[in-house]
Design a binder for this molecule. Sequence first.
Ligand SMILES: [Zn+2]
Length: 369
Amino acid sequence: MTAGYKILHKKQRLRAAIFGAGTISRKELQKKTGLNYRSVIAYAEELKHQGLIAENTQENPRGGRSSIHYRSCSDCIYCIAVQLYRNNVTLTAADINSNIFHAAELVIPPEAGITDMLRQILGALDTLKKSFPDCTLAGIELCRFPYGRSGDYYEGIRELHMTLRQQYRFPVGLHTSYDLILFQMARNFDLKERLVLLAPGDDIYLSMVENREINGDMEQYLHRFRHYQLSMKSQEKCYCGKQRCVKNLLTQAAQLSRYNHYAGIDRPYASLSEGLHYLCTQALKNERAAVRILEECGELTAEAMYFLKKDLQADHVLLYFKDAVVNRKMHEAYERISGEKLPEFSAFGVTRSDVQSASVRIALSRIIP
Ligand SMILES: [Zn+2]
């Protein structure tokens, strides 16, 4: 645990104690949190400045020294989640009980540059804040979907992160949708162990959460993992010179190209998501080539997941995939390969609004851990 994290943890403890009590004296607060007098004063001062608590002096009825009390302002605190999916930006505001009371959507025009996008988002944030003048904004979480990227907007959110961090005193988070989903899952199931999520899409993506902390440093590992060799040969040779790389077997493009090959067709696809939708629909109609692709995908993801479980010494390994055939086959294959049965929740898909509510919850969880 770093020193910075320890301090953050102490501050959160103090805040949670005041919010939990409603009103609490400085003396009681010291007893409850185990923090020393100076820390209590310093952290409380910060919370007062942020508008999260108020301070008042209560006279001693017996005529002795008056005492300082802190009062929670949690009734009017809220957090905002900003989510980028392709060129759509959604802003959601939720109160301390996770009730969403405001949502707005911006569609960034395709010709807009990063500066224009930032101006629009900052403007929308300002409008939102002005609409609730009696409430205190206490946290912002930015979330971006790594797949289906549009223009430079994905990178633009990183710039927004830096701007907001300079602008506000509270922590502003930046995570990907898959990190947030996995984080939320760890909270919901109360899992403190090491969890790894494999999310194949237009590329291959991995998330890791351990002890309820997101590991934001998976990039290097992911770079190697994309070239891990599976048991099947891909249609095309990877640029690394090998033919069984994860990235050439599990991405949507790889599956569609294999499907066309098996079906003996040359079907063009307007987009990867259109292609995947077509593939799953064909499988529902029991078309042989389509079923074969999805079953193979289940088998291959099981191989990849078993490798990840061992290589990353994960306690749980999960798959993000929305198709039922893939998920069923993955469960079967995983059990055959490893001799272990995966829990039911190991393969799943979620919606954009699930990600949105996970985003506001992570922002709120910084206030009340
Ligand atoms: Zn490769």
